[in-house]
Design a protein around this ligand. Structure first.
Ligand code: ADP
Ligand code: MG
Length: 401
């Protein structure tokens, strides 16, 4: 298991230095390219402001969307530079490119405390291809490397991994440090009991995280669409519920692992079912095993919520990934809301609560509990891979303390 002890921005002296900062400015935009949610820019401010205050020359690098290795105005970071400038209350120099002589010339003119933003690094295929020559060109712009883009740390790209071979030291920004502290802390030294709640539509995307967490947690709670694969593997009727028939053996194996390792794997004991995958469908509550052939499980039922609550109440650390129902439709959001509320209440009592995964984070945010949670992970795929115990190349490449 990877336990990271990496240098951070607080371990360097940024004064007068050119600092290459990999951030995640991959923000959503509307048709007119107006930024519809600037959360990611705001989240990067702490690291940027810190480096500015310490007199660094801050050279920001990010990707935006999927320009597929070609220059495309649609994926320009210009709107981000404008928004960042408003938030920082100072000019942000938008570069014409991310490499090349023109960029180098602009960088040479930068003064301490200046901020520049390189153009979309994915305008070059060499970025995702982790091309060494391209990485060296990026590195040529700066002296020190900071990575604050946890969401891309699970990919060895030129700006997340390649570039680190040519710059020293390579350190973590504040966002990255927070991810390592909470996710790493949960895996290596959690306060116990440690309860994990895993949901989402499919078991296939969560196999590795379930297997790994079963070696670490004290209780594993299962919800969402994947429960039906587990329940079917035990012979229960699941009607038309979402199921992965090719994963029934695997589900059995995981249940066996839970018995052998004495880590309870809890499955729903009742369900909210509907007669169509629709918010306006007929809905009823049934006990485990009582899902009729024309019905599908859409959410965990009230008895399940009650049961899970008693276990969650014992926890000192809680990790949650994956909604326990089709929370996007209000009639099936109760279970997910109950879990979100339980985590918020637990946080108030000093329990460490961590939520990871795109949809889970969206649910907690929409339902208004995000500010209560100890740590909302900013990386979807990255947080899952971290919790699977995989080494994230973007973190591994940073300089050890
Ligand atoms: P995350 O992004 O947090 O890792 P996933 O992508 O694994 O979560 O799963 C989220 C999706 O799972 C949601 O879109 C939700 O509607 C779906 N889901 C949850 N429960 C069910 C269910 N019973 N049937 C079908 N889909 C479900
Ligand atoms: Mg998802």
């Amino acid at each position: 298991m990877a336990i990271y002890n990496k240098m951070s921005v607080e371990d360097i002296n940024p004064s007068g230095k050119r600092i290459f900062v990999r951030v995640d400015f991959n923000v959503p935009q509307d048709e007119q390219l107006k930024i519809t949610d600037d959360t990611r820019i705001r989240e990067s401010l702490k690291t940027i402001q810190y480096l500015v205050d310490k007199g660094g020359k801050v050279i920001l690098c990010s990707h935006l969307g999927r320009p597929k290795g070609k220059k495309n105005e649609k994926y320009s970071l210009k709107p981000v530079a404008a928004r960042l400038s408003e938030l920082l209350k100072k000019p942000v120099l938008m570069m014409p490119d991310c490499i090349g002589d023109a960029v180098k010339a602009e960088v040479a003119k930068m003064k301490s405390g200046d901020v520049a933003l390189l153009e979309n690094v994915r305008f070059y295929n060499e970025e995702e291809g982790n091309d060494p020559a391209f990485a060296q060109k990026l590195a040529d712009l700066a002296e020190v490397y900071v990575n604050d883009a946890f969401g891309t740390a699970h990919r060895a790209h030129a700006s997340t991994e390649g570039v680190t071979k040519y710059l020293k030291p390579c350190v973590a920004g504040f966002l990255m440090m927070k991810e390592i502290k909470y996710l790493g802390g949960a895996l290596s030294d959690p306060q116990r009991p440690f309860v994990a709640i895993i949901g989402g539509s499919k078991i296939s995307t969560k196999i590795d995280v379930i297997k790994h967490l079963m070696e670490i947690v004290d209780i594993l709670i299962i919800g969402g669409g994947m429960s039906y694969t587990f329940l079917k593997s035990e012979g229960h009727g699941i009607g038309k519920s979402i199921v992965e028939d090719d994963k029934l053996d695997l589900a059995k194996e995981l249940i066996k692992q839970s018995i052998e390792t004495d880590v309870p794997l809890l499955l729903p004991i009742d369900h909210i079912v509907s007669d169509a995958f629709d918010a306006k469908a007929n809905v009823k509550t049934v006990l485990r095993g009582d899902i009729g052939p024309e019905w599908e499980g859409m959410d965990i039922g009230p008895k399940t919520v009650e049961k899970y609550t008693t276990f969650i109440h014992t926890a000192k650390t809680i990790f949650w990934n994956g909604p326990v129902g089709v929370f996007e439709m209000e009639p099936y959001a109760k279970g997910t809301r109950a879990i979100a509320k339980l985590l918020a209440e637990a946080s108030d009592k000093g329990v460490t609560t961590i939520v990871g995964g795109g949809d889970s984070v969206a649910a907690v945010t929409q339902m208004g509990f995000a500010s209560k949670i100890s740590h909302i992970s900013t990386g979807g795929g990255a947080s899952l891979e971290f919790m699977e115990g995989k080494v994230l190349p973007g973190i591994a490449a940073l300089t050890d303390k």
